[in-house]
Design a binder for this molecule. Structure first.
Ligand SMILES: O=C(O)C(=O)C[C@H](O)[C@H](O)CO
Length: 402
């Protein structure tokens, strides 16, 4: 089965998505997500200018060899642009292989390890009471696990504060919006949010929190310790993880479970964290970490150290990524949780899919492939809109981690 054509399709049904469509000479096609929020066109060009010409005429069934060709063969390895492009090819090829076999993708991976996939949703509020209400709204929708973020008094645009609707989207300006950050104000505020949430909702609901890389290791240790009475499912991205060794310091100070990895691209970004058991959940995704082929390697390494998966699933990952992720989650033995930020109805219409949400779980569908398609005619109606993620500065003007 030869690759006859491959094309990049960019669409913006409320937000930008980049999709690779690979067609074979046997009429079977596959699609893969290549969206990199705020840097979409870099991946589109990498694919169109450098990857696609190398795909034409290749055997679509040789997924591993094509992965190695794109990774090793390029000489320049790793990085979000390269790995998102490789992921798109890999996801599309797994889609094709599963369609050719007439099976849902999870079957090719080894079959189901579970019937349903536990997901967590996002409750964001301008202040603690609004977040409490939002958590209630998510509970009412059936969620069993909820990430909670709240605005901080005196800190304009603190991370995770949406515009009051279900479809939180941080990329909001053609140039980056400037937000303010204050670590002392945050460290005073965050434990109060979770104290209140446990008071209102009791001990059973799973609560998660995203620090979004804002703290130093010792500050993260302090926060983890302060949150211990409220039994979080995890504390995420508490410090930037370029320095993997930093997590050893956090671990020495807290038993709050740690999650990291949504911006990682390869196994090398998480190797030390996993092998030294410095984290509990690895957040690498299909789209940003080299596709199913590479994500599987990361999960297998993690399983040796009782680290579980908790893949990124924000709205900037398209339904194509979500569909593939759900097949992966249905199979992966060391599954932990899947993030699920809902897409808008416009997005869902452009990407028809067979996964569904019920009672706090997502269910991968039974269609051959990963179960997600792209309505190209509809996609063409939504033109690309340049948007970037915000930045954060301290009160004195210092650029901080966003
Ligand atoms: O989903 C999360 O945990 C995020 O942190 C979402 C990110 O801000 C978003 O994906 C950036 O593009």
């Amino acid at each position: 089965m030869k690759i006859r054509d491959a094309r990049v399709i960019i669409t913006c049904p409320g937000r930008n998505f980049v999709t690779l469509k690979i067609e074979t000479d046997q009429g079977i096609y596959g699609i893969g997500d290549a969206t990199l929020n705020g840097r979409e066109l870099a991946v589109a060009s990498y694919l169109t200018d450098h990857v696609v010409p190398n795909l034409i005429g290749r055997d679509a069934q040789r997924i591993e060899d094509i992965w190695q060709f794109l990774y090793r063969g390029a000489y320049w390895r790793r990085g979000p642009v390269t790995m998102s492009a490789i992921a798109a090819v890999d996801t599309a090829l797994w889609d094709i292989k599963a369609k050719a076999a007439g099976m849902p993708l999870y079957q090719l991976l080894g079959g189901r390890s579970r019937d349903r996939v536990l997901v967590y949703g996002h409750a964001n509020g301008a202040d603690i009471e609004q977040t409490v209400d939002q958590v209630g709204a998510y509970k009412d929708m059936g969620y069993r696990a909820i990430r909670a973020q709240s605005g901080i008094p005196g800190v304009k645009g603190a991370y995770g504060v949406g515009k009051g609707d279900l479809y939180y989207e941080p990329a909001d300006g053609t140039l980056p919006t400037e937000t303010l950050w204050s670590t002392p104000a945050y460290l005073n505020h965050a434990p109060k949010l979770f104290e209140r949430l446990r008071d209102v909702y009791g001990p059973d609901i799973e609560l998660l929190h995203d620090v979004h890389h804002r703290l130093t290791p010792i500050e993260a240790g302090r926060l983890g310790k302060a949150l211990e009475p409220y039994r979080l499912f995890w504390m995420e991205d508490s410090t930037p993880a370029e320095n993997q060794e930093a997590f050893r310091l956090i671990r020495q100070h807290t038993v709050t479970p740690l999650a990291v990895g949504e911006i990682f691209n390869t196994i090398w970004d998480c190797r030390e964290l996993i092998q030294n058991q410095l984290i509990d959940y690895i957040r690498t995704t299909v789209v940003h970490a080299g596709g199913i082929t590479h994500l599987r390697r990361i999960a297998d390494l993690a399983s040796l150290y009782q680290v579980r998966t908790g893949s990124h699933g924000a709205t900037d990952l398209s339904p194509v990524c979500m569909g593939a992720a759900l097949h992966f989650d249905s199979w992966v033995p060391n599954f932990g949780i899947q993030e699920y930020m809902r897409h808008t109805p416009e997005t869902d219409e452009v990407f028809p899919h067979d996964y569904r949400f019920e009672d706090g779980y997502l269910f991968a569908g039974e269609k051959p492939g990963h179960g997600v398609d792209l309505d190209e005619k509809l996609a063409a109606k939504y033109e690309y809109e340049p948007k970037q993620l915000p930045i954060a500065r301290l009160a004195d003007g210092t650029l901080w981690n966003w």
